[in-house]
Design a binder for this molecule. Structure first.
Ligand code: NAD
Ligand code: TDX
Length: 332
């Protein structure tokens, strides 16, 4: 694998993957990213110039995507509109980027016979009840409940159809909630960490009993690389690190790590249609491909993440006020 195109490579997962590929392979990486509010060129700081080509562009742009896909060994498709709250404000960009953009990437990979890995999410399976003893597996039915999740589910269906109908060499991964450095301040953990740094009280949606299954971005990236190297074509691999916690528990950990009392937050209006619980059974990935998460201590991972935000204010500060103004308007 000498040449890899990462779409959305200036985003949270994409940039984490680029840093991982630089550290663990010899690949030269091309990044295609539109630099929407969530993408940040500075997330690629530290990648040597001779190993990175950065192109600002849209995955919906057929000519740009076609030119970049030609000559690659692998395309990893991370570009997406990724924030549930944003999809509730305006779902249209989610349809364009997540569905149409994926179709454009698929067609380019088909034309040039390039191997594709499609990065998806556990949200395509909908949610589980808090007391449901089961977790999501590769056999779970698709039941997306939000516009974002529905757009990602549509993209997954397109990828599988291209594998079956056109023999495209593609794999998929559905990962759980990922945390770590370089995540946009619109998302739960960075939002609350930067609120506390700014002397504001964190905001918890509804009761805070909602459960997410947390995994560190390094473990997510290692899983994607493992699937690219050894995954079976046409297969989906669920990625998760047995990290189920309620939002209230996660917030209490963040507060205590930052020297605050565990109840120093405000309950705010719940997210409409808020998914109750996600939980991943990653047995296939562990058994078939031998992947194991390394960052299994959430408190230690959160502590390092908090340190990263403390030390990189210049990275997040330009986005903070705009994000908070939008939340303010919604009573969140
Ligand atoms: P992100 O919003 O941080 O990054 C998305 C990137 O895509 C940004 O850099 C953005 O500029 C770029 N982008 C958006 N529209 C584009 C377009 N039309 N053309 C080119 N680039 C465009 O999101 P993320 O959290 O890094 O998510 C990346 C992928 O990982 C998504 O597909 C998401 O579904 C998946 N995922 C994320 C998580 C998570 O917890 N963050 C978990 C599982 C799966
Ligand atoms: O201020 C907040 N307060 C709060 O209680 C925010 C921003 C969120 N929440 C809650 C909502 C969710 O239950 O925290 C949980 C996590 O919220 P997000 O960070 O917005 O993530 P989520 O909606 O769970 O989706 C994430 O995981 C799956 C990513 O954003 C998706 O891209 C990924 O597919």
């Amino acid at each position: 694998m000498r040449a890899v195109l990462v779409t959305g490579g200036a985003g949270f997962i994409g940039s984490g993957l680029v840093h991982h590929l630089i550290a663990h392979t010899d690949a030269v990486v091309t990044v295609l990213d539109k630099l929407t509010g969530a993408g940040n060129r500075d997330s690629l700081t530290g990648v040597p110039d001779e190993r990175l080509r950065f192109v600002r562009g849209d995955v919906c742009d057929v000519a740009v995507v076609d030119e970049l896909v030609a000559g690659q060994d692998v395309v990893v498709h991370c570009a997406a509109e990724s924030h549930n709250d944003a999809a509730l404000r305006d779902p249209r960009p989610f349809v364009d980027t997540n569905i149409v953009g994926t179709a454009v990437v698929l067609e380019a990979c088909r034309r040039h016979d390039v191997r594709l890995h499609h990065v998806s999410t556990d949200e395509v399976f909908g949610d589980l009840a808090l007391d449901d003893p089961t977790r999501f597996t590769e056999a779970s039915p698709y039941r997306p409940s939000s516009p974002y999740a529905a757009s990602k589910a549509s993209a997954d269906h397109l990828v599988r159809a291209w594998v079956r109908s056109f023999g495209l060499r593609a794999t998929l991964s559905s990962c759980s909630n990922t945390y770590g450095p370089r995540q946009h301040v619109e998302k739960l953990i960075p939002r609350q960490v930067t609120n506390i740094l700014d002397g504001r009280r964190p905001r918890l949606y509804g009761s805070g009993a909602h459960v997410r299954d947390w995994i560190h971005v390094e473990d997510h990236s290692a899983a994607v690389l493992r699937i690219i190297e050894a995954g079976r074509i046409g297969e989906t691999y669920l990625v998760g690190a047995d990290g189920e916690h309620s939002n209230r528990e996660v917030l209490a950990m963040v507060l205590q790590l930052m020297g605050q009392s565990a109840d120093a937050f405000d309950h705010v209006r719940d997210r409409p249609g808020h998914d109750v619980r996600y939980a991943i059974d990653a047995t296939r990935l562990r058994h078939e491909l031998g992947w194991r998460p390394q960052h299994t201590d959430l408190e230690a991972g959160l502590s390092e993440t908090i340190t990263w935000y403390r030390e990189h204010e210049a990275w997040w500060r330009p986005h903070k006020a705009t994000v908070e103004q939008e939340y303010e308007r919604e009573g969140r």
